[in-house]
Design a protein around this ligand. Structure first.
Ligand code: NAD
Ligand code: MG
Length: 394
């Protein structure tokens, strides 16, 4: 029986993870669940999974949550609050696996704590890896932690790697990764209409049901940019070895091109329970609850090269990784601020890349070799991105 801690239990990935956990209650027990503030959903999850610990980051909400537990069958759950409590539950002795499914930079410290503690990390929180690539991978290798990618593309690539593959290892015979992307909701929209798209249009993804931030990232294709950086880190590849491929049907989840001309692809219905179940069962497999792929319904698969004029965020991600050091941290922080501003209708959709690029231009690259530098630069980039937004919206 393995103990699992689900960081970000109330999010899209968290909910899918608990669905898989419930299907395999003979193998997995949810030891700790965390949420930022959605205590109603968290309460329902606790009734089903009865974890030992719960973290509600928001202090007031955690008090309200503790009150909800009084006189219930789950009154013995220990309720913690504050961001430090996330690190505490991610490193408990009774926790074997940590699902890192907090969105954004907020997930960095608990994910890194799990890596240092030698846990099996099921990593959905790509922002953490983009910010801290080198030190994250170093923590994994020093502690002997196991790092399994949850992002569907990286999970697909991992599955296409040779038997016994572990994250961070270079495979010399793998010459290229073909990183697939749906192209999001605006793949074919006339370019002059992009400036006026609304948050509601941007979060309506054609193939995947996800949190708001990653949905906007998919619409700008910053998501693919972050994933390109994530792939460089996870598979020890250079940016020029990663080819982004627009594949609107989202059936192939990525491919690895080998030196002998073999291209291996992983396919399946677009449902995050596939990579989640794969990583939870690894190195075996078990059922995920996902419908079998009906290849006759798919009928055809299309592939296109991405247009960088339509998707400037993808160009910015290549620029950031090629500059290296702290630039991916700056890219990520500026993007988080720009997406928040777009979602609250302070700025337009096409302002997102503008804000990020102006912010990146104001920084010199520094080596990203300590956590202190990364956290400092992350904060500075947020301040600068907000200044840029103020200049845009007088
Ligand atoms: P979501 O918005 O649905 O959920 C986010 C979760 O993080 C929630 O549980 C929320 O309570 C928690 N959270 C938010 N801010 C927090 C904070 N400051 N402190 C602590 N907890 C906080 O997001 P999601 O779609 O589930 O995505 C989660 C992560 O997984 C992201 O990094 C995303 O890029 C990645 N991912 C998601 C998908 C997907 O299909 N949803 C696919 C691949 C990768
Ligand atoms: Mg993905």
């Amino acid at each position: 029986m393995k103990g699992i801690c689900v960081l970000g239990a109330t999010g899209s990935i968290g909910v899918s993870t608990l669905d898989v956990v419930a299907r395999h209650s003979d193998l997995y027990k949810a030891v700790a669940l965390t949420a930022n503030n959605n205590i109603d959903l968290l309460f329902e999850q606790c009734l089903i999974h009865h974890p030992k610990y719960v973290v509600v980051v928001d202090e007031k909400k955690s008090v309200a949550f503790a009150e909800k537990l009084i006189n219930t069958d789950i009154a013995d759950i220990k309720v913690l609050s504050g961001a430090e409590a996330l690190e505490y539950v991610a490193t408990l002795d009774s926790v074997d696996s940590v699902m890192a499914a907090i969105v954004g930079a907020a997930g960095l410290l608990p994910s890194l704590a799990a890596a240092k503690a030698g846990k099996t990390i099921l990593l959905a929180n790509k922002e953490a890896l983009v910010m801290s690539g080198d030190i994250f991978m170093q923590a994994v290798s020093e502690s002997g932690a196991q790092l399994l990618p949850i992002d569907s593309e990286h999970n697909a690539i991992f599955q296409c790697m040779p038997a016994g593959y572990t994250s961070g290892k270079q495979v010399k015979e793998a010459r290229r990764i073909l990183l697939t992307a749906s192209g999001g909701p605006f793949r074919q929209m006339p370019l002059d209409q992009l400036a006026s798209v609304t948050p509601a249009q941007a979060v309506a993804h054609p193939n995947w049901d996800m949190g708001k931030k990653i949905s906007v990232d998919s619409a700008t294709m910053m998501n693919k940019g972050l994933e390109m950086i994530e792939a460089c880190i996870l598979f020890a590849m250079t940016p020029d070895q990663i080819q982004v491929v627009i594949h609107p049907q989202s059936i192939i989840h990525s491919m690895v091109d080998y030196v002998d001309g073999t291209v291996l692809a992983q396919m399946g219905n677009p449902d995050m329970r596939v990579p989640i179940a794969y990583s939870m069962a690894w190195p075996d497999r078990f059922e995920s609850g996902v419908e079998p792929l009906n290849i006759f319904d798919v009928r055809r698969m299309d592939f296109e090269e991405p247009n960088l004029e339509r998707f400037p965020c993808l160009r910015l991600a290549y620029k950031a990784i090629n500059l290296g050091g702290t630039m991916p941290t700056i890219l990520n922080a500026a993007n988080e601020i720009a997406v928040e501003a777009f979602l609250s209708e302070e700025v337009g959709f096409t302002d997102i890349p503008l804000i990020i690029e102006r912010c990146m231009d104001q920084f010199e690259v520094r080596p990203a070799d300590t956590l202190a530098v990364i956290l400092e630069v992350d904060q500075q980039a947020r301040v600068v991105a907000k200044q840029v937004i103020n200049e845009l919206t007088p």
